[in-house]
Write a protein that binds this ligand. Structure first.
Ligand code: B3K
Ligand code: ZN
Length: 858
């Protein structure tokens, strides 16, 4: 397959100011008549032809300026038409079969309804078109179909006319805002809406609808409230006002990702719309708020200003992730949200950045663009913009984003345009900072604090590790928030921002009669790893006293992580183990009783470093040993702090259900206590968890209890799993949880359970949520995926091979776990490679999976 390079960008030879499309809708067959007004692009080189992308389409009819046109040829899947003049109207007829579209790209059927997904290159599966983000057009769409089957007809923009014709009806929609084809959307089906309105800062009333299937309406309140909060927040925080009179959200159950920001018609995975206390966890509620916000914010960062080409994806995704993170911080607990975001970055993006699939946030080449919707482009992209915000301060950053929106409104822009706008608007010099866009890899910063006389000297060194295609790197500007604590008083004289922009630098701080305690990378001001040998007593100190909640969390993570890494390496003597465990128990004990903490934050401080984050800190990891040591620490703490845990549980159990932060916090610590009990006193854990399950009046408590029970062989396990299934049979999102809990449990036979669940009548490869609920949960659980006999690798490879012909985009998402082989102990590494090679050898692999497998074998 062809490799597409960023440096090869050239503007398209034509502009397409207007598009008209008629859809005659049917599940089996949909006829599409597209009329494109095309004009020569005076800013591009003159060409005798126009290339219209297609994917699996055939030309039924082609007219140019009203006459049948013979002057065309097919080049692969693309249609190349010879055009003599400077202005033409092309009329193209295609026919597609939505019901046969199992890839869920383009126009497809889901539960009897029709919907579209066009980003990145799905529009070319509907009609022939210059399917690239720098071709912006206004769309007028006429859709018609059987009224009984598709009572609701939706498209981008505003509905301008409707009518009936026998059994059929039709609607005409017009979107006044020029947009690239990837933002096109259409929905037809039997849907009902929760309707509301929002009045914008300039007094315009916007009609809001959340469309779902009949019966799901009661579960849309949170989505609607989240939408209204997003609209308000974007006005207040970024000065962005909505720009149409209508905003529609549609929930579909077959969807490749979370949601899609189509202009005025967002299409969502049901997972990010439907919630009520009985069926959705606190995490689900947060996910909905975050994704609704994210898609809404795209209206400006993505739609009004879009991307010039797909290499610029982080322009809209990195920025929009930052915007949704800041929104969620403002709506809930800011420190806890920050910790959650860092956990995702470390758990998913750091491994990506240190493996064979590493790429800069602005990649240089790709074969299949869908493979670049990654944690690097999204989450590291957000961190990079967050660093600019940290260096500029909130106010100047806002001046920068104002300038960006102003300067590039209506354009298809580049990351460089964004950086330049922040540079000019915020008054920052970002010359060297641009390296963050071109260099891959997580920088490692070594920090050393020396003290002599009255001076504390901080020496910082940075190293950016080599990544595929980038052997040597230049030093990047790394903004680090630091504070130096006085040991006796437990206070500091103010936070400082130091920017390390050399390979090595030293910063001196005067007036310290005694050696202070260093708190560094506060709020995780830079997406890097810090290496320092902080004495354990300093970590215990920071875990108890740091006034930056993130730094407190970090101190606990370092304290536990440092011990676990040492224990796994086998270098830990018995005395050292005892001393380290005692320090951890002391710090954890303080956390459990600290009255200044809210429970949401307490829960973060109680959370052990994840297996994947621990593995990331080792050159080559032995997943079994990591799991054993981690469980051993949980068991130790569970025993040592038994009374404190139970006191905490008893207090938390009294909190009545509500969605406020205190009540959520209580639920979080309860299930954490159960997890410690499971490791230290399984019989007691079963008793408590069964009780929590039986008395739960909400999904958070019920799922938390079942999670613990699923890991422990007992009659309670069997009984509650059965009860859960029977209770929620038919509710796909909850049955997904039932699959996930079993695939990610602590139960030693989980592999067998997954194999059995694969044969369950409710399992299907056609629904991405269901596939992920079983297999992503499994692949994300190291102690099962890395089973010493290689069975986990075989299962994932089997899945990839079976899923690839059905849904290549989802299949390719399962390759990265196997691609981690270089960082796993040699015996398993060989088995992982073997599976990658088996996949690579399969005939007719999709471009998606082929690219990921080849890069992973690299
Ligand atoms: N922009 C879409 C992602 C499309 C993914 C295509 N493979 C959702 C989002 O990031 O908001
Ligand atoms: Zn996005």
């Amino acid at each position: 397959p062809a490799i597409i390079k960023r440096e090869d960008y050239t503007p398209f030879g034509w502009v397409v100011p207007e598009v008209q499309i008629e859809f005659e809708l049917g599940l089996e067959l949909t006829r599409v008549v597209a009329t494109l007004k095309v004009e020569r692009n005076t800013a591009a080189e003159r060409t005798p032809t126009i290339r219209l992308n297609g994917d699996g389409l055939t030309v039924r009819e082609l007219q140019c300026d009203g006459e049948t046109c013979e002057g065309y040829m097919m080049d692969g899947d693309d249609l190349v038409v010879t055009l003599p003049g400077d202005n033409h109207a092309l009329r193209i007829v295609t026919e597609i079969s939505p019901a046969a579209n199992s890839q869920l790209m383009g126009l497809y059927a889901s539960n009897g309804m029709l919907c579209t997904q066009c980003e990145a290159e799905g529009f070319r599966r509907i009609t022939f078109f210059p399917d690239r983000p720098d071709v912006l057009s206004t769309y007028t769409v006429r859709m018609s179909g059987p009224k009984a089957q598709f009572p609701i007809l939706l498209c981008n923009g505003n509905r301008t006319a409707t009518g009936e014709q026998g059994e059929n009806h039709w609607a005409e929609w017009h979107d006044p805002w020029p947009k690239p084809s990837y933002l096109f959307a259409l929905v037809a089906g039997d849907l009902v809406a929760r309707s509301d309105s929002f009045t914008t800062m300039n007094g315009r009333k916007v009609e809001l609808n959340v469309w779902v299937r009949d019966g799901d309406l009661e579960r849309t309140e949170h989505a609607m409230e989240s939408l209204k909060r997003s609209m308000k927040w974007d006005e207040e925080t970024f000065g962005r006002e909505y720009d149409l009179d209508l905003f529609n959200i549609v929930a579909v159950s077959d969807f490749n990702m979370g949601a899609m920001e189509n202009k005025g018609l967002n299409v969502f995975n049901t997972k990010y719309v439907l919630a009520d206390p009985e069926t959705a966890t606190d995490g689900d509620y947060d996910g909905i708020e975050g994704v609704i916000g994210h898609e809404y914010f795209h209206n400006w960062s993505g739609n009004r200003i879009t991307c010039r080409d797909w290499f610029q994806l982080s322009l809209k995704e990195g920025f929009t992730v930052l915007r949704d993170q800041l929104f969620s911080q403002d709506m809930g607990s800011a420190p806890v949200k920050r910790i959650e975001d860092v956990r995702v970055l470390r758990g998913v993006q750091f491994p990506e950045d240190s493996g064979p699939l590493a790429h800069p946030i602005r990649p240089d080449s790709y074969s299949e663009i869908n493979n670049f919707y990654t944690a690097t482009v999204y989450n590291k992209g957000a961190e990079v913009i967050r660093m600019m915000r940290t260096m500029a301060g909130e106010e100047r950053f806002r001046a920068g984003t104002d300038l960006y929106f102003d300067r590039h409104d209506g354009e298809a822009a580049t990351c460089e345009d964004f950086v330049k706008s922040i540079e000019d608007g915020a008054g920052l010099d970002l010359e060297q900072f641009r390296l963050w866009y071109s260099q891959a890899g997580t920088p490692k910063v070594t920090a050393k604090l020396d003290h002599s006389g009255e001076t504390a000297k901080l020496t910082l060194k940075q190293h950016v590790p080599p990544t595929p295609g980038q052997d040597s790197k230049r030093p990047m500007p790394i903004p680090l928030k630091i504070a130096l604590f006085d040991r006796a008083s437990g206070t500091h004289r103010g936070e400082e921002l130091v920017v390390l922009d050399k390979a090595e630098d030293t910063f001196a701080f005067d007036g310290f009669a005694e050696a202070p305690v260093l708190s560094i990378n506060r709020t995780f001001s830079a997406p890097i790893t810090i290496e320092r040998s902080a004495p354990r007593e300093d970590l215990v100190f920071l875990a108890a006293k740091d006034d930056d909640p993130f730094a407190r969390y970090e101190a606990m993570q370092e304290l536990m992580g440092g011990h676990l890494v040492a224990a796994v390496s086998g270098e830990l003597g018995e005395n050292e183990r005892i001393a380290a465990q005692a320090d951890i128990a002391r710090a954890m004990g303080a956390v459990l009783v600290d009255e200044s903490l809210d429970d949401l934050m307490r829960g973060e401080l109680m959370t052990l470093p994840s297996q994947s984050y621990l593995a990331e800190q080792m050159l080559v990891a032995d997943p079994t040993r990591i799991h054993e040591e981690r469980e051993a620490l949980k068991a130790f703490l569970g025993k040592e702090l038994r009374d404190e845990f139970h006191a905490l549980y008893d207090r938390a159990e009294k909190a009545p259900y509500s969605l406020d932060l205190a009540s959520r916090g209580a639920r979080k610590v309860k299930t954490l206590v159960l997890a410690f009990a499971a490791a230290s006193d399984p019989a007691k854990a079963v008793e408590l968890a069964a009780h929590q399950y039986d008395n739960a009046d909400n999904m958070t408590d019920r799922q938390g209890a079942l999670m613990v029970l699923t890991g422990i062989d007992s009659a309670e396990r069997t009984g509650r799993l059965l009860d859960f299934y029977n209770r929620y049979e038919g509710n796909a999102l909850v049955i997904d949880k039932w699959f996930s809990l079993q695939a990610s449990s602590l139960h030693p036979n989980a592999i067998e359970h997954v194999k059995a669940l694969r044969e369950h009548p409710d399992f299907t490869l056609k629904n991405p949520n269901r596939v992920r609920s079983l297999y992503m949960a499994f692949a994300g659980t190291p102690h099962h995926f890395h089973s010493p006999d290689g069975e986990g690798y075989r299962m994932i490879a089997d899945l990839i091979l079976e899923l690839d012909p059905i849904n290549p985009q989802t299949a390719a998402r399962f390759v990265p776990p196997l691609g981690r082989w270089r960082r796993i102990e040699p015996k398993r590494a060989a088995m992982m490679r073997e599976q990658l090679e088996r996949i690579a050898a399969a005939p007719k692999l999709s471009r998606d999976t082929f690219e990921q497998v080849t890069r992973s074998l690299g």
